[in-house]
Design a binder for this molecule. Sequence first.
Ligand SMILES: *[C@@H]1O[C@H](CO)[C@@H](O)[C@H](O)[C@H]1NC(C)=O
Ligand SMILES: *[C@@H]1O[C@H](CO)[C@@H](O)[C@H](O)[C@H]1NC(C)=O
Length: 495
Amino acid sequence: MMKTLLVLYLCLYVTWAQEVLEYDDYDPDNKAAAKNTTSEGTAVDARGHRPVSSGRDSYSPNRYAPPPITSGQRYRGRPTPAPVGSQVQEKEEQPDAGGCTHASEAMGALCPTGCELKNALLKQEKNVKAVIVELKPQIEELSRSSNNVYNYVNGISNSLRERQRVFDNNNQAVSQYTDQVEEQHAYIKETVDTIFPSNIRVLQGVLDKIRLKIQKLEKAILSQNEQCRDPCITKCPIPVVSGKECEDIYRRGGRDSQMYLIQPDPLFPPYKVFCDQTSQNGGWVLIQNRLDGSVDFGRRWDDYRRGFGNIAFKSSKRFCETPGEYWLGNDRISHLSKMGPTEVLIEMQDWTGAKVYAQYQQFTIQTETSNYVMAVNGYSGNAGNCFLEGALELYGENRTMTIHNGMMFSTYDRDNDNWTPGDPSKQCAREDGGGWWYNRCHSANPNGRYYIGGAYTSKMTKHGTDDGVVWMNWKGSWYSLKAISMKIRPFYASR
Ligand SMILES: *[C@@H]1O[C@H](CO)[C@@H](O)[C@H](O)[C@H]1NC(C)=O
Ligand SMILES: *[C@@H]1O[C@H](CO)[C@@H](O)[C@H](O)[C@H]1NC(C)=O
């Protein structure tokens, strides 16, 4: 009996310990609160929306939001192509204040993904250490209790010997009793001699493995630290041609899609962006990009305000022509979009390589004072009009809840969504994975969690909600896209 229990306990324990090791704890402060929020008795099958439950719960779609900017065109149609001369060939090695911290102003420090890896490793190391600290007393307790049993068995052995001595010359009644005791004794002794030590050995083995893991992690982190110190001072040449934004750069001859330095406002320092100069004649500032899940998008308000991620990588010979995963930053997006009429292009790709897009001729993001309210208009494309119409698979109020136009920006630490405002247990950004213009909650979730392979289930998510990189009107709630990007450029009519 004891034997079985003990073995069972050990098995459970070892399994538990391994599970904890796998857990990737990105976001410790939202875990406790989020655990209970979705469970109103049953598991939710949240397809973007959060249906109104009976009782006092109600939904009000009405909110004042300024319309998108339509007047004050910055550009006329493009002049006939200027000769593309040697302009682009001239280049300047721009020292980059890089480093592993993708810090505020120098956002876009050209850091290898190694820097992200470093952060992940650090987080994992923290977890492993905690597990060991928990394991230790358990092992000690086991050794102690096995010692107790050992003493007990010794005691029995002694008393057995004693009895044998006393009753040595006596009758069978006693010997029968003694047989029984001897049997028990033998069993317990076996347990103590073999099972206990081997169990402790198993635990010790687990512990040693964990130690090894930590050592490996520490080594990896050290080497990352070394690597990140130098290559982060980028050797990525930035083209000489610059401008207010990518359309300006295009008109000045910057025709290659790559990283550029732009300066929309002479009062503020220039910063780096990736310009797409080929899609639909180019001129696009890339403001959001997902393509491999290398950057964590489950971030705070300040990160989304300032921007994060990797602007571009030097993939081969020349400039930084490969965009990384990044969010340009709400202040910059707002500023660019408020300089005049602005259009947005959202391109996406599934895991078979199929591509669709959604485009809005007008796209304006207000300033932080208004929590970056988004306004769009003038849809075209084949991905589905999520921003203005919501999820077409939902009806009535449920669909209205998934419209993004007119919504403020929310992150898990700043709740501006339209799901029972003021109730901390009802926050879309806590459940749906990223910062976004959540309503109650979404039909599009480009900043959601990255799931490799596409299809995912509510069981795989943290909160049972469809928190993937989702565009419902194309692939539904339970398909996470392989790639998605958002690009903006000044809108001018003669296009
Ligand atoms: C979770 O919800 C249940 C019932 O809805 C409640 O009894 C329990 O206290 C909650 N737990 C936490 C940690 O809030
Ligand atoms: C809204 O969604 C809930 C559950 O998802 C469903 O029970 C309800 O019938 C829906 N309402 C409409 C109008 O479709």
